[in-house]
Design a protein around this ligand. Sequence first.
Ligand code: HXC
Length: 522
Amino acid sequence: MSTGSRLEELRRLYEQALLGGGKEAIEAQHSRGKLTARERVELLVDPGSFLEVDMFVRHRATEFGMDKRWAWGDAVVTGLAKIDGRRAVVIAQDFTFMGGSLGEMHAAKIVKAMQFAMSQGVPIVFLNDSGGARIQEGVDSLKGYGDIFYMNVMASGVVPQIAAIMGPCAGGAVYSPALMDFVVMVKRTSFMFITGPRVVKAAIGEVVDEQQLGGPEVHAAKSGQADFVAEDDREAIAVIKKLLTYLPSNNMEDPPVVKTGDPPDREAPSLDGVVPEDPNAPYNMYEVISGVLDEGSFLEVKAQWARNAITGFGRLDGRTVCVVANQPNYLAGVLDIDSSDKIAEHVRFCDSFNTPILTFVDVPGYMPGTRQEHGGIIRHGAKVLYAYSEATVPKLTVIVRKAYGGAYIAMGSKHLGADFVVAWPTAEIAVMGPEGAAEIIWRRELEAVKDPQERAKLLEKFVEEYRSKFANPYIAASRGYVDSVIQPRDTRRVLARALEMLFTKREVRLWVPPKKHGLVPM
Ligand code: HXC
């Protein structure tokens, strides 16, 4: 073969490889409202920056007709690229060949890409669109998944891992996204479940469709598996790009500083009026968060799940902060099983990736009742204590209003190692709420009064007495559990200064004997 014809052949092979499963399959992909793997990669990465790896990998299975069908790249596009000028590893499954199903070589490509991410210290972005383990490749497919899960675990806490679900993600395949740090799901075209509708019907007689079983709405609001939901592929990619702007590339780096132009010493007078006069009236914690952070910088994570807690990222004087808050507008901001999991997970992510934690507290306690107790609120609530205690990044806490009992301790208190705790004058730091406390400590006096109206009046008097004695920030401040009591309008200014003073903090904690790892309540 002449050199000319060899070059011609290579060009032809390239063109063939770019088509994945072929033109018809690409059209079918588009008709489903989905982009192809290559189109997604093109949208994600900076123009001309994609360094593709393993474009000419092919499967080697021969059984079940696999000797007759193959595609260059084996249904996955992998490589290194720049995203907004920063390097990342990109993995995009190609549904156009055998439904993006995962066999031995497909998996080997993914593992190789993840190894690049680990050795280079760059994030992994994995765009999922696959029918799961390639049935024809049997146990080799399962081995492939095992290898990927293992790499997900090895990469955990080393480089950020972001999964997008842009089509099917079924069976054991769900466990790679589940082991990653963030999951973005695309409306209508994506779903995630362990067992699909047909198996569900056969096994337990339940009739349910794919979207009801594991669509984005379900995972965003009910299971908490999805961190973000996007309208379509384009929006999903935009979300990934935005999220990356808050994150360091690996656990040895600090998050990027982005100049926002919002002066750190800006007063926020609107904050003075956020907390209502009535201590039991709800208000919207988003107003507090947005009043403190650099304008427009808040990116919420898991916005629809466990809405009594708010988690996300923001910027304060351009520095990334991890935001954790109670939401008095929803279930009074109580800590329950789901909100505890949500907070603990976010705190652990931020601690792994050197991101200071900013906590806004208004919490009446842990959720009472048999549903929560039987569901394991003790174990789940313990995760919050564990996560905050273990976190060695700068921890800044604002006690806005209620900070009662165990939940006060859990929500970034001084006692779990917070570096800087401020309280608003509206803060109520106490063992329990005034109503409950008064009923207990003045029980005898109350029982002695037989007339119900008289008793209610007396209770009101005791509640007031308790509130004025205990439900304020000054006792905690007098012990140094609160570093300062500040006006709401000054919160942004004070926190920005505190962050400037504290952002270099590393590993300042009590000495602990060497151990393999701690035992997080699971
Ligand atoms: C081999 C597969 C496949 C698979 C899909 N295909 N899934 N081939 N192994 N797992 C092929 C189809 O045969 C078809 O090939 C092409 O991909 C497109 O699939 P369609 O069914 O035509 O597309 P659609 O109607 O959109 O349905 C997509 C789908 C469905 C929902 C993904 O194909 C499906 O239910 N597949 C099986 C999903 C599943 O149960 N996976 C779990 C496997 S077990 P042709 O030749 O027509 O182009 C597993 C365990 C992993 O993953 C354990 C790890 C620990």
